[in-house]
Design a protein. Sequence first.
Length: 40
Amino acid sequence: MRKISLLFAAGCLGGLLNSLTVWGFGVAEITTAQGMPCGA
């Protein structure tokens, strides 16, 4: 049970970091500069 909880927590942390990275790239307009529109 402890291993499953650790894997779940690691997945949550990874998802959060991924979301923050994508958001940061959008704020910095890096994705639009590369020709990848993100959002509306």
